[in-house]
Structure formats: C-alpha cells, structure tokens
Design a protein around this ligand. Structure first.
Ligand code: HPA
Length: 271
C-alpha cells in the first residue's frame, strides 16, 4: 500500500470512531507533559497500537494514546506521546500522525516538547518562534504528496505569529513567565556535547530537542497553523554543571505541569 493510501486508510478508520468534523485543533504532548490529558472532558481514547498504520513509541513519559474530547469549550484531539526518528522510525513514520490529522480536516496544531536550554532557566516555557534544522533529513523527502502541499513549500512562518502573540497575552494574564526563541532539532538519542552546544549558542539557538521540527515542517506543508511550546527541562550540555538525564527531564516537566496546563487551557480557548 502506498504511503498516501495508508494515510487515507487511517483517516477512514478514525472517522468511524469519532466525528472529527467537530474538532477545532490538535495537540501533541511531549515527554512528561501528558498530565494535560486529565483535563479533557467527555473523552474518547484510542491506544496508538489499535490505530492502523500508527507506530507506538517506547519513551518513558509517553502514554501513546489519541484522546478526543473537550477542553475550555473546544473540541480537541490530543496525541499523548509521539514516535521519534531516534527510535529507528523513518521521517515519514514520525510525521504520519500529522498527515492523518490534516487529512481529517484539522487546521490548527499545537506541538509541545521537552528541551534543553541554551539560554534561560530550567522550568521555563518557551514559545518557538523559528527553528534550525540543518543537520537532519527533511521529512518531505521522497515523492511529494500534492494532496497536502507543494514540492517546495515556503517555511518563512512555520510558527504562527498570531498564535504566539495570543499565547504571550494569555501567559501575561495568568502570570506565567514565557520566553520566545529558536529551537534546534537534533536527532538524538545522545544528548549534545558541550561543544555542540557552544556552536549552537553562537548561532543564536535558545533550545535544543529531539522532536517537533519534522512534525512542524509536515504541518506547514499541509498549510496547518502551528504553535510550538518547549518546556525547558534542563540546561543544555556544558551550560549547567551536571550531566544530563532523562530522569531530570521528566522531573522538571512534572514540576511545571500546573503552569503548562493552565497555559494550554488558555491558548485552546483563544485560538
Ligand atoms: N537536549 C536534547 N533534547 C532534550 C534535552 C537536551 O538537553 N532536554 C530535553 N530534551
């Protein structure tokens, strides 16, 4: 079966489980950020392993469920967890769920992640203004799917500026400190070396991580409006004085969980 036919097969399967025409936006929850799902009312949950053609990630802190329901009066679909390139998936597999969401008619997408900070402090939430993706294969490589977008899609405003301004305003009203910055995508799974970080810092990068960018490129190709939020879980290699660990990443996300959840709730209400 072609990649496109798989997208359609999955779309049709999901359409029988839920009326996606009612959905306003989709949200992808990164490592340790899954607690947001407790807020969803009138939930319908589907495990990734039940969904045809979906891959299941194995990262601690990811629940691997698709949840449909209501938050702040809006109908949303939440991807609680994602699959990564470093798990051995192809870029097409990593971005498959985004194509499916687009084919279901969803036009707004919030991508969240845990990231290492080159500037700022651990525990901060950063709105992604733009990204650096010079080191990794592009998820649009291979035959172009004309049904979604052009061969050479524009990427000048992947992260929607209106969404960013709204998020800043919501943060201000809720007294949640937010920063804006550039996220650099690296495949992982090893964390960066202090020299990697020194070079990236000289280039103006604010945060580094192992997700989000492939999804954002595919979403922009399909003309979805994207908001990206990084939870800075640790200082990047060589910036702080301790070794990096996934345990710290998950601990920090649970520490900032309350702020993160109220920010998301406010954003969902407004966008
Ligand atoms: N580097 C890359 N990815 C990450 C980090 C980091 O320091 N922290 C959380 N995800």
């Amino acid at each position: 079966m072609t990649y496109f036919n798989k997208i359609i097969e999955t779309r049709d399967w999901l359409s029988l489980k839920y009326n996606f025409e009612l959905i306003d936006l989709a949200l992808v929850l990164g490592s340790g950020l899954g607690a947001f799902a407790d807020l969803i009312e009138n939930k319908v949950e589907i495990n990734f392993d039940e969904i045809p053609n979906f891959k299941v990630g194995k990262v601690l802190g990811h629940n691997n469920k698709m949840i449909m329901g209501e938050v702040a009066g809006k109908r949303i679909v939440v991807m609680q967890g994602r699959v990564h390139y470093y798990e051995g998936n192809t870029m097409r597999e990593v971005t498959f769920p985004i194509r499916v969401l687009s084919s279901l008619g969803i036009e707004k997408l919030i991508l969240t992640n845990a990231a290492g900070g080159l500037t700022g402090k651990a525990g901060q939430l950063m709105l992604i203004e733009d990204h650096l993706d010079l080191f990794c294969p592009n998820p649009l490589m291979g035959e172009n799917l004309e049904e979604f977008g052009d061969r050479f899609p524009d990427m000048t405003e992947i992260y929607n500026r209106v969404f960013i301004e709204k998020a800043i305003e919501i943060g201000r009203l809720a007294d949640i400190q937010l920063t804006k910055g550039t996220y650099c995508y690296l495949t992982g799974p090893s964390y960066e070396t202090p020299f990697d970080i020194k070079v990236l810092k000289a280039l103006g990068v604010n945060a580094v991580g192992m997700s989000t960018v492939p999804e954002a490129i595919v979403a922009k190709h399909a003309k979805m409006k994207v908001l990206g939020i990084s939870c800075i879980t640790n200082l990047a290699a060589g910036i702080g004085d301790k070794p990096l660990s996934h345990t710290e990443v998950v601990e920090t996300t649970s520490r900032v969980s309350d702020d993160f959840i109220s920010l998301l709730k406010g954003i969902i209400k407004e966008i």
